[in-house]
Design a protein around this ligand. Structure first.
Ligand code: ZN
Length: 174
């Protein structure tokens, strides 16, 4: 008799477990749909950090600053990077992006050229770029995926006109 009660309890437990998992999945699915609807360029599904995947979140603000001066990933990792603009100003006046430059790129020269490429979302000299987000305004975010480049130290920069002098940092592959 006791054994039957125990089995029944197990069965109930199993049932409630699986039904709560189902509803969790539904919630995250809807959330992804929302993001896709509001942020056009989200092509990638959010990934989880692992040996092979580096998840990077970097913020930018109305004070023309990133919250990180340094980003570290491991060679061979896939990098999923999200740039968030936590300010309120529109992208026309305080737009930000994240541009990762190839080794040996003259940052000032690149930034001058990109800063004039308004019609191309402030992207120029694409041969010098490893990866970049789009330009975003306050409250927006953009997520990109790329393979970590070879071991080394790379520059990242915001190519909105006049921002590169302050909005820059080191992307370190170790
Ligand atoms: Zn900027």
């Amino acid at each position: 008799m006791k054994k039957i009660a125990f089995l029944l309890a197990l069965a109930t437990l199993g049932f409630s477990c699986s039904s709560s998992e189902e509803s969790k999945e539904e919630v995250s699915y809807n959330h992804e749909n929302d993001q896709a609807a509001t942020t056009e360029s989200v092509e990638a599904e959010p990934m989880t950090e692992s040996e092979n995947v580096a998840i990077v979140e970097i913020e930018s603000n109305d004070q023309m600053k990133y919250n990180l001066a340094e980003i570290r990933v491991k060679a061979g990792q896939k990098v999923q990077l999200t740039l968030k603009h936590v300010g309120k100003l529109p992208k026309a006046s305080m737009g930000h992006n994240f541009v990762l430059l190839k080794d040996g790129t003259d940052m000032a020269k690149f930034a001058m050229a990109a800063g004039q490429a308004r019609e191309n979302d402030y992207i120029a000299e694409e041969g010098s770029i490893i990866a970049h987000t789009k330009i975003i305004g306050g409250g927006e975010s953009d997520m990109i995926e790329f393979d970590a480049p070879a071991l080394g130290i790379y520059d990242f920069v915001c190519s909105f006109p006049g921002h590169y002098a302050i909005m820059k940092g080191k992307f370190i592959v170790e």
